[in-house]
Design a protein around this ligand. Structure first.
Ligand SMILES: O=C(CO)[C@H](O)[C@H](O)COP(=O)(O)O
Length: 261
């Protein structure tokens, strides 16, 4: 393993490596977006190469599609795949019920569509993203550019009546311009601090005209895999009610790291 890999990257790698053990030959797999998901794509590509697995991957962003293709994973569209066996993705926050905030990387719309079209969603993460209540991480809301300021005002007005602590919103920027998603939309980040009722907030947000989708993932995640910097991994399965501990041996994964050099 390269010495320069930070403890957080080691933790993300450990979770990602454990997650790809869930993939079997012939599966259709949703490929998430973000730095943790990128580790998962690298680990999956390694299994595809070594074990000659036949996998069809449905990426959740152009970034992930490029990485998957580059590493030799067969990429298909969701319409071609129709339904997926499993999606593996990162998250910005998760709570004890495995509800999530996602969209820090701006890919929440495709991520939510792909996760919803999967038998199972596995979230890979490090321990710092576990919270008692969602909301410390700003909640991303994807809005169409047409009339976005009106949509933002409606979001702020709606937040007044919701069980949240903060109400400030910001338009996500990229190099001094609005950040534009793969679907050509903008993102309004809502700084809520604490979300009392994520399920209700998600429903209400999506009723505002101009809102395309929000970053609350409710009842979508089945398994969370929490990685640690020493290779330790905890697998929590909300449906089975099980928690299992394991370890990833970084030395055994040297091929993945040598590919990075
Ligand atoms: O939702 C996402 C992208 O839209 C990511 O999964 C989330 O932001 C976590 O990213 P990272 O693994 O880089 O911490």
């Amino acid at each position: 393993m390269p010495a320069e890999l930070s403890p957080i990257d080691k933790a993300k790698f450990a979770a990602a490596r454990r997650a790809v053990d869930f993939i079997q030959d012939g599966m259709k797999v949703g490929l998430g977006t973000g730095s943790t998901a990128a580790w998962m794509v690298r680990c999956l590509a390694e299994r595809v190469r070594e074990e000659r697995l036949k996998i069809a991957g449905v990426p959740t962003s152009t970034r992930t599609a490029e990485l998957a293709r580059e590493l030799g994973i067969e990429v298909v569209t969701l319409d071609e795949a129709k339904w997926l066996d499993v999606t593996i993705d990162g998250a910005d926050e998760f709570d004890p019920e495995l509800n999530l905030i996602k969209g820090g990387g701006g890919a929440l719309l495709q991520e939510k569509i792909v996760a919803t079209a999967s038998d199972q969603m596995i979230v890979i993460t490090d321990a710092a993203k576990e919270v008692a209540h969602l909301g410390a991480f700003p909640l991303p809301v994807e809005v169409v550019p047409f009339g976005w300021q009106t949509t933002r005002a409606l979001i702020e007005e709606m937040l007044v009546s919701m069980d949240v602590m903060g109400r400030e919103t910001t338009l996500r920027q990229n190099g001094g311009k609005p950040f534009v998603t793969d679907e050509g939309n903008y993102i309004v980040d809502c700084h809520l601090k604490r979300i009392g009722n994520p399920r209700q907030l998600s429903l209400v947000l999506n009723q505002i005209p101009g809102v395309v989708e929000n970053g609350l993932f409710i009842d979508l995640c089945d398994i969370v895999i929490i990685g640690g910097a020493e290779g330790e991994v905890e697998v929590r399965d909300i449906n089975e009610g099980t928690v299992t501990q394991g370890r990833v041996d970084f030395a055994e994964e040297s091929n993945i790291f040598s590919d990075l050099d």
